[in-house]
Ligand binder design. Structure first.
Ligand code: SF4
Length: 219
């Protein structure tokens, strides 16, 4: 089955879903959004990569701000940078970016901060790779994330596990959209860096559960 353009969901949503299911619901079902210092930092940092520049240096072409999609998974998004590197591999034609030759594709994302203790950034990068594979027919096995705090790129491989997790999250996001229900809050270690803390108020949900429990116990 192929999704229609209208039914495709944003790749950035998978990143939210991997971070916290409730955060995803608040943003993508309730249209809530709030800036905190982390999201504001990210916005400023993306100004250059969103400008649509192209560069060609030492056998590597860079394209910024390209739109990608995967119709089997129902995903669309805009990449920070696509790097296209000359290789010994087979000759390919990529009319989409007007390239013929022997090329290897690599998605590159820019993130503020440093690597996190969750894999939401990698999920986003892998989703871009899955889009590129469907659009070009080429394997995309590696990608990079430039973390500003580290001031260098971290390299990733898209192994079977991360591919399966990304595909699973895409399916789950479509199911959640069909259900129309925002998942309940579960306080977790990501809450402290979550920009939606004020909308979510995860502790209120917990207090209510506690009250319901006492009510059931003592009537
Ligand atoms: S505050 Fe916590 S539970 Fe609520 S959306 Fe953010 S991460 Fe999820």
């Amino acid at each position: 089955m192929l999704y229609s353009d209208d039914d495709c969901i944003a790749i950035s949503g998978l990143q939210h879903l991997a971070f916290c299911k409730r955060q995803w619901g608040l943003i993508h079902l309730n249209q809530e959004w709030a800036e905190n210092y982390l999201t504001a930092q990210g916005k400023i940092m993306h100004e250059r990569v969103d400008s649509g520049y192209q560069e060609f240096r030492r056998g590597v072409k860079q394209f910024s701000g390209l739109h990608v999609r995967n119709m089997k998974l129902g995903l669309y998004g805009r990449m920070d940078v696509l790097e296209v590197e000359q290789t010994e591999g087979p000759y390919v034609e990529i009319p989409w970016i007007n390239l013929n030759g022997n090329w290897r594709l690599r998605p590159v994302e820019f993130k503020h901060g440093k690597p996190k203790d969750h894999n939401a950034d990698l999920i986003q990068l892998c989703a871009q790779a899955l889009c590129l594979e469907e659009m070009t027919g080429l394997p995309v096995n590696e990608g990079s994330i430039f973390y500003c705090e580290l001031r260098r790129r971290t390299e990733f491989e898209f192994d079977e596990d991360i591919r399966a997790e990304t595909i699973g999250l895409a399916k789950e996001a479509h199911q959640l959209i069909a259900s129309g229900k925002v998942p309940e809050a579960e306080v977790n270690h990501n809450c402290k860096s979550c920009s939606l803390m004020d909308f979510c108020q995860p502790n209120i949900g917990n207090q209510k559960k506690l009250m319901d429990y006492y009510q059931e116990l003592f009537g």
